[in-house]
Ligand binder design. Sequence first.
Ligand code: C2G
Length: 460
Amino acid sequence: MRKVITYGTFDLLHQGHINLLKRAKASGDYLIVGVTSANYDRYRGKLNVRQSVSERMDAVRKLPFVDEVIVEEYEGQKIDDIIRLHVDAFVIGSDWVGRFDYLKDYCEVIYLERTRGISSTQLRNAKHPIIRMGVVGTGRIANRFLQESKFVSGITVEGVFNIHEDSAKRFAEKHELAFYEADYDRFLDKINAVYIASPHDTHFAYAKHALLSGKNVLCEKPMAFSGDEVDELFSIAEAQGLILMEAIKTAYCPGFQRLISCAKSGKIGDIVGVDAAFTKLVPMSSRELRDDPYSGSVTELITYPLLAIFRLLGTDYEDLHFTSYYRKGHVADLYTRLILDYPGAAALAVTGLGVKSEGELIISGTRGYVYVPAPWWKTEYFELRYEDPSENEKNFYKFAGDGLRYELVEFISQILSGKMPAESQTISRAIADVIAVFRAGKRTRVLLRPDRERPSVSGT
Ligand code: C2G
C-alpha cells in the first residue's frame, strides 16, 4: 500500500483544495492530510484564517478520498510524520515548488499544479465569501504581492492586467493565474477587487475606473498627486458602497500599530518631535530617478515617514518646507529633508534615492523617547528610552515576509465590514497634498550636485 501525505490550512474548503486532495489520493492508495493548527499558522505568518482547526479538519475528513486527518503543529513535523507514518510520497500544490525539496531525503516529493481560479459559487457564499482579486501591473511589487497573497486566507488572485499583453501573459503563467487581460473593462468584469501596482502616474485613473465599475480598490502609493484627487476617489468609493485603501503596508503591521499606541499613551509624555527617514540607494539609471515628473525620492518614499508623522501629530501642520538635493539638469530629487511645523511640535521627514542615511524613527517626548531602528517601516522592534536607562523597555514583534499580507488582511476586513476608517482617508489625502506642494516647487530650497561623472555607487 502506497501512503501519501499532504498538508494545508484548508480554510473555507474550496474546489482548489478538493482538486488537490483528489489528485493526491490518485497518486497512491492511502491519503493522510495534515491540517495546520492556529498556532502553527500564526508562526508561519498565515493570516486571516477564519475557521477553527476542528472545523477545517471536519470539512477535510468528510471528503470520501481522505483516509486520515492529523494536525500539523510545528516546523519540522513533516519529517517526523513521514518517518512515523511510513509515508511513500509527499504531495503539495505547485505554489510551493522547490520549497519542500528537503523532504526528498525521506520520501518522494510531488508538486501538483494548483487550480487556477475558484468556482464562483463559493465567492457568493454569504457567510464566508472569498474575494476574487486581480492585479494591475506586472512589476516587482506585483510579483511580491502574489508571493504574499498565498499567506492570506479568504482571497484568491485570479488574473492580471497589463496594457502589454505579453507581460500580462508571462506574469499569469509564472503565477498560475486563471486569466490575463490587456483590456481593462474585460479584466474588471472577472473580479471583485483590484490591486493597483502600475506606474505611479496611472494609479488615479485605474482606481477611478475600477471604482466606477463597482470594484473594491487597493491602490499602491501614492494613490494620486493631489488631495482633491484622493478626495474624489474616496467620494466615489463611498457613493458606490465600495472600499478604497492605499497600500501602505507599514500602517497595518502589528509592530507599527503598537508603537503608535505606545507613543500616544503618554508613556513618553507629550510628543514634541518626530524624525523619520527612509533612504534607498538605487542606480542613477533606475526608474525611480529617470527624468519624468513622477520620479524622485519624495514621490517614491515620503509616504512612509509621513505616515508616522501624521499618525503621531495629525495632519493639521501649520507650515512645511523642503530642502532637496538634485543633479544639475535633472528632475528627480536625490535627497530631501522636509520640515513640518505644528503648534507645539515639529517633524522631520528624510527621503533619499541617491544619498544614504540611517533609516530610523525617533519620537521625542517630554518624559522620554521612542527609538525604532532601521528599517523602522518593517517594524519588528522598538524601544522606549528614558533619562534613567533602568526604565527602558524593549518591544519585539513579528513582521512576516514582505509585510504586504498585513495590508491585504486589512483590505479584506474593510470589504467584509463595509467600513473605511476616516483616519486613513485623511492621511492619504494629506500625503497627496504634501507631494503636490513639493511638485509645485515653491516651498523647496534646492541644493545642486556639482557636475561630474556618474557616481561610483551602483545601487543596492
Ligand atoms: N491549492 C490548490 N489550488 C488552489 C488553492 C490551493 O491546489 N487554488 C492547494 C495548495 O497548493 C496546497 C493545498 O491546496 O497544496 C492547501 O492550501 P492552503 O490551505 O492554502 O494551505 P497552505 O498554506 O498552502 O499550506 O504545512 C502547510 C503547507 O505547507 C501549505
